[in-house]
Design a protein around this ligand. Structure first.
Ligand code: MG
Length: 395
């Protein structure tokens, strides 16, 4: 029998909003919405003060402002997010070599077998939280569990500034009692449908038969069935060993406006670009994943002319795929995802040619800065203008 795994899920609390409040004391204690303040803007993050009003990330900005008219809307502090994220991942790397970033402020860590070195998982997680708090002046919530699915649910359990430990023995009962709304990927509409059918907890969902699951989840049925039963064998895969790097988001409600989806897609592209550059990886392929309210999921891929990790190149490819689909067959979107594949790991170079790698990274940074200069800061920061790089306009 294999030894039970110990997985941490680390998630910064309202990361973007907390950074804005840290940097501008006048925002502290007030409802803050981070994102693009336009008719089709989407909330990237809501401070904890805005949440009692119902404001959530991935919600249309116009809706959030209706719910909380006194909220202060601020743009995304891109540079500070990258800096702070760098410091976060440096800290995580000191606790485990197996860290899988999910976004700039969220990661899985495989802590299996670290007890002798780092102590009991609960104490270790507490120390990690203290380290983050001291270095970043920001709080993180951590979930500790035997697999990724449970760890992610656990980090959300006592948010913000929380620690939840779910042991292998307690996992089944703990999961079964959670409200159905906590299930990944179903959105608010999915939750409503389940409640109408009398499914109130994840335990209720776990008891539904195969046929029912197929009717509800389509070809995703067995995936959701396993998760509802707390079974998740997926490994924690650090970016430098990944076959692809992706980012996706499920919306509380289906997004009816293609522009709103485009803005979120740009966020994803930035996250993915950041992860590639961090690891010195380059991608040869871009894939979009689009899911609808009935869980039907489609994907669209394109091979890139050349390997790249520049946000502008990735965005150009992702936007072209999206526009191609949206112009012909747009319908409201529940989930949008973007991933970069056919990764070039630069094997044989890293380490041997450390100077060359450094130089290459510097060139990439310079390229990103140049794009920023040419197309304005908003071309490469979240929620910005969606104008593609100039050379695309001449093609
Ligand atoms: Mg977070």
């Amino acid at each position: 029998m294999s030894e039970p795994r110990v997985i941490f899920h680390v998630d910064m609390d309202a990361f973007f909003a907390s950074i804005a409040q840290l940097d501008d004391p006048s925002l502290r204690g007030k409802p803050v919405l981070v994102g693009h303040d336009g008719p089709r803007g989407v909330v990237t993050a809501a401070s904890y003060e805005a949440r009692p009003f119902g404001c959530r990330s991935a919600m249309p900005m116009s809706q959030a402002k209706r719910l909380c008219p006194q909220a202060i809307v601020v743009g995304v502090p891109g540079q500070r997010i990258r800096e702070t994220s760098g410091a976060l991942f440096e800290a995580l790397g000191e606790f485990s070599p197996v860290v899988e970033p999910l976004s700039v402020d969220e990661a899985f860590m495989d802590m299996t077998g670290t007890e002798r070195l780092l102590g009991e998982p609960a104490a270790c997680a507490q120390r990690l939280r203290r380290t983050i708090q001291q270095r970043l002046q920001l709080t993180a919530s951590v979930g500790v569990a035997p697999n990724k699915f449970l760890a992610k649910l656990a980090s959300d359990h006592h948010k913000p500034d929380g620690l939840t430990v779910v042991t292998a023995d307690a996992a089944e009962a703990w999961l079964a009692a959670l409200p159905i709304g906590r299930m990944w990927g179903i959105g608010r509409v999915g939750e409503q449908k389940m409640l109408e059918r009398g499914i109130k907890t994840i335990g209720d969902l776990a008891r539904m038969d195969d046929q029912w699951m197929r009717n509800f989840f389509g070809n995703e049925a067995s995936h959701y069935q396993r998760l509802a039963r707390g079974v998740d064998q997926r490994h924690v895969v650090p970016d430098h060993r990944a076959k692809s790097i992706g980012h996706e988001q499920t919306f509380g409600e289906d997004l009816r406006q293609p522009d709103a989806v485009r803005r979120v897609l740009l966020d994803h592209v930035e996250q993915v670009g950041w992860r590639l550059r961090r690891r010195g990886l380059r991608a040869g392929r871009v894939t979009l994943k689009i899911r609808f309210g009935n869980f039907q999921t489609i994907s669209r891929s394109a091979t890139l002319d050349q390997l790249t990790n520049a946000t502008a190149d990735l965005w150009h490819a992702a936007k072209a795929l999206f526009d191609q689909w949206a112009s012909k067959s747009y319908r409201p979107v529940r989930l949008i995802g973007m991933s970069a594949g056919a990764l070039d790991h630069g094997e044989g170079q890293l380490g041997l040619y450390d100077g060359a790698t450094k130089q290459r990274n510097a060139q990439v940074d310079a390229a990103v800065d140049a794009i920023t200069d040419r197309f304005g800061k908003r071309a490469v920061t979240r929620g910005g203008t969606l104008r593609p790089p100039k050379r695309d306009e001449t093609q």
